[in-house]
Design a protein around this ligand. Structure first.
Ligand SMILES: Cc1cc2nc3c(=O)[nH]c(=O)nc-3n(C[C@H](O)[C@H](O)[C@H](O)COP(=O)(O)O)c2cc1C
Length: 358
């Protein structure tokens, strides 16, 4: 059985431990052009002792943007911005994957070119609200149903984003298929009301996901492609009435793609999916959501995962592996600064002082 501090190989990469930094949206990019901030290089390089960093979700196109101040990876300026960040992480000996996404119906017209309606599998509005800098909280809107041509173009946006990520120097790409964004909107039973080959049966609802996975793996190679899923997750008003059968189908079919890893993490989960999925996943299995050192070690010791993904603890503790190694105390995450602009609550979480080590 592997332990948190054992090195391992992911695709062609040698990772120094199995403590993975979760993808965390931090809303520090330049809102107008989606270029990541220069100080983001410091934030990620501070966390380079992770076995692997997975970046914040990054927009594959202008239509993908669903949150204020989120970065993109669809034009040269953005690629150049990310290059500096990747170089800073590599200079500290870290490895870093770029998480790419499309938010679908979770976008507001405020974020989209020309104030357009967001797009989705079907014209089904999400319950709830989203934050804008200009007018605070706003209700989600009814999205426009994607045409088949637009679906094909969106698949190509994911492939282009993946290629751009590799051009920026990333060690690989994580496709975001979780948390109620476009891919999970297709997988769901409540946002997908389509009657064409993208809706209805499980096979049809999973078609968009597999077209994205095929296009990305063809663009950059399966060994550089990871995928996050959140089985049964209801975040962003998602329902999957047949989650058990759906993810059994999806995960078995993913086995044919020989991905670098599958990252499973449902952060509003009402059941524990790891014991359900781990036995049928043939790729490396990264387990996320709600772990601390003890519960991560326990799952690893039971062969319940190949690595553990840490969100809030990594956000607040740039040197999390060292703190775990020494059983040191942990900084507390400050929710008030999760998504605020600037460096407060971002690059200023203190490193362990030698005296603090147990
Ligand atoms: C501030 C914040 C931003 C997040 N942004 C993303 C994201 O961009 N992509 C993603 O897949 N998950 C995102 N998540 C979910 C985390 O990856 C992770 O699943 C969650 O924090 C639960 O893990 P934890 O208990 O270790 O914190 C976010 C969570 C937080 C707290």
């Amino acid at each position: 059985m592997a332990a948190l501090f054992d090195s391992f190989k992911v695709g062609g990469l040698e990772l120094k431990n199995r403590i993975i930094m979760a993808p965390l949206t931090r809303s520090r990019a330049n809102d107008a052009d989606g270029v990541p901030a220069d100080f983001t290089a410091e934030y990620y390089s501070q966390r380079a002792s992770a076995g692997l960093i997975i970046t914040e979700a990054t927009n594959v196109s202008e239509m993908a943007k669903g949150y204020v101040r989120t970065p993109g990876i669809y034009d040269q300026e953005q690629i150049d911005g990310w290059k500096k960040i990747v170089a800073a992480v590599h200079a500290e000996g870290g490895k870093i994957f770029l998480q790419i996404f499309h938010t679908g119906r979770i976008a507001l017209p405020d974020f989209l070119p020309g104030g357009q309606q967001p797009v989705a599998p079907s014209a089904v509005k999400a319950a709830g609200q989203n934050y804008t800098d200009s007018a605070g909280m706003k209700d989600f809107v009814v999205p426009r149903e994607l045409t088949k041509d637009e679906i094909k173009a969106t698949v190509q946006d994911f492939a282009a984003a993946a290629r751009n990520g590799i051009e920026a120097g990333f060690d690989g790409i994580e496709i975001h298929g979780a948390n109620g964004y476009l891919i999970q909107q297709f997988l769901s039973t409540n946002v997908n009301e389509r009657s064409d080959e993208y809706g209805g049966t499980i096979e049809n609802r999973a078609r968009f996901l597999f077209e994205v996975v095929s296009a990305v793996t063809e663009a950059i190679g399966n060994e550089r492609t990871g995928l996050r899923l959140s089985p049964g997750g209801e975040f962003n008003d998602i329902k999957e009435d047949d989650a058990e059968e759906l993810y059994d189908y999806v995960v078995r079919k993913l086995n044919e793609y020989n991905l670098a890893y599958l990252h499973i993490g449902t952060f509003d989960q009402t059941r524990n999916w790891h014991p359900v999925l781990r036995p049928i996943v043939k790729s490396l299995y990264f387990a996320g959501v709600g772990f601390d050192k003890a519960s991560g070690e326990k799952l690893m010791a039971a062969d319940g995962a190949d690595a553990i993904v840490y969100g809030k603890w990594f956000l607040a503790n740039p040197d999390l592996p060292e703190r775990f190694r020494t059983d040191a105390r942990l900084n507390t995450p400050d929710e008030a600064t999760f998504y605020t602009p600037g460096e407060a609550g971002y690059t200023d979480y203190p490193f362990l002082e030698k005296a603090d080590a147990a």
